[in-house]
Ligand binder design. Structure first.
Ligand SMILES: [Zn+2]
Length: 432
């Protein structure tokens, strides 16, 4: 999802690009209003300037480093256009008299840089850098190149990528998603953890004195999301009835803390881990369903037993999908005990080397790659149809991924077989 501010800034940057390199009625008006004696890059916005001009002034420092002017006849501004690739020279050199009217062609003599004049104006190391800038066809005007695209043309996409604020990925919230949960169930927890569910505290940010009466308590209270999902009588019973058998005590902490407590609890095996991950999401889905049913539907009060049964049914359904031999008719506490005691059973498979058919040879190969130091190696063994060793090889190679190792291996084996004079009618190649 794109931030509105980033999109607005992208279009402001596009306007700046047009102002700088196109002759338009709008651009001419702005330049004659604000830049009669100075260069747009050197201007500073003041409070009485128009909103549009101030937004251009705000964005220009982000745009200018990427707007490189290619020198041809040298009509770019010597001090203010970014033709050297280092940015505006006026901002690099603390020196007075940086006229906007001084053009680059004042420093070009017969199609080449006037080194003496450059030396008198710039410091030696900048002169050395600048004198390497290529001078193009001196019959044509200088032109800008947008260095964030391959073709040098400005694009909104590149500008947006430049300006957008990248949010830190929240790894914690990813736990709401699980393949055994329906999208709407996970999405509900995602909304809850981001304060996006409509309760009196979240909607109250936009409308004062807003109050929803809860249906979860015997005496109705103000239904904030914290109340509905954490402190209400039914929420307490639900979290405790499902959590205690797993060793998790409920508290009146913020709901994100409760989720974290479940997700960070030590798990004994994969099934236990899945239960710890999906239970908070299932509980919150059931609470949300009943809360909505009471507020918008025909339901009058929370039905705790039905809600607990629904949670248990969802949990048992998820466990069933793992095809375990567990007695699902047991009570939840006993089922939890059984799940915690589950241990992976080792499966032993006998692996035998199969001889190739008569007249064939078989090449067994393998490649390895260590991403930490980039070292890689390939090796293999060639045997005939009786299992006798014909040859074996082991080679150190240079590559940048394990897939490349496998590709190199194929190529080496292919070349090796091709170079041998031996007539091989059938090759049986096994990659491991
Ligand atoms: Zn309540």
């Amino acid at each position: 999802m794109r931030r509105m501010q980033d999109i607005t800034d992208t279009f402001i940057l596009k306007r700046w690009w047009r102002l700088r390199n196109q002759t338009t009625l709008w651009g001419t008006f702005l330049k004659s209003k604000y830049c009669r004696r100075s260069h747009p890059v050197g201007k500073v916005a003041i409070s009485k300037d128009s909103h549009g001009w101030k937004s251009l002034m705000r964005i220009k420092d982000k745009a200018e480093p990427h707007m490189i002017w290619k020198i041809q006849k040298g009509d770019s501004s010597f001090w203010w256009d970014n033709w050297s690739g280092m940015g505006a020279l006026a901002k690099i050199l603390p020196r007075p008299g940086k006229s906007a009217k001084l053009n680059v062609n004042s420093f070009i003599l017969n199609g080449e840089w006037n080194i003496n004049k450059l030396n008198n104006t710039l410091s030696p190391h900048i002169t050395q850098y600048v004198s390497n800038v290529y001078i193009g066809d001196n019959s044509k005007s200088d032109y800008p190149v947008w260095n964030l695209t391959e073709n040098g043309q400005f694009s909104n996409q590149s500008a947006w990528n430049l300006l957008r604020v990248k949010s830190n990925k929240n790894h914690f919230i990813r736990n709401v998603w699980h393949k055994n949960l329906a999208f709407k169930v996970s999405f509900n927890s995602w909304r809850l953890l981001r304060d996006k569910l409509p309760f009196s505290d979240t909607v109250g940010r936009f409308a004062s004195n807003l109050r929803f009466d809860c249906s979860c308590c015997r005496i109705a209270k103000n239904e904030t999301s914290h109340h509905a999902f954490v402190t209400s009588e039914t929420a307490h019973r639900l979290w405790n009835n499902l959590g205690r058998p797993l060793g998790i005590q409920h508290s009146d902490a913020p709901v994100s803390f409760i989720f974290r407590k479940w997700w960070e609890a030590k798990s004994e095996n994969k099934v236990h881990k899945m239960i710890l991950q999906i239970t908070p999401t299932i509980i919150c889905w059931e609470i949300w369903k009943q809360s909505s049913g009471c507020r918008y539907g025909t339901q009058k009060k929370f039905n705790f037993t039905r809600k607990e049964q629904q949670c248990l049914w969802s949990l048992k359904h998820a466990i069933n999908s793992l095809a375990l031999c567990l007695d699902m008719d047991r009570q939840w506490p006993q089922l939890c005990q059984m799940i915690e005691l589950l241990r992976p059973s080792p499966v032993i498979t006998r692996v035998l080397w199969q001889k190739p058919c008569q007249g064939n040879i078989k090449v067994n190969t393998d490649g390895s790659y260590n991403p930490s130091n980039g070292k890689a190696g390939i090796g293999g063994i060639v045997r005939d149809s009786n299992g006798n060793l014909i040859m074996a090889f082991s080679i150190a190679v240079q590559c940048n991924s394990n897939n490349t190792v496998e590709a190199l291996l194929l190529s080496s084996v292919g070349n090796g077989v091709h170079c041998k004079d031996t007539l091989i009618s059938q090759l049986n190649l096994t990659l491991k």
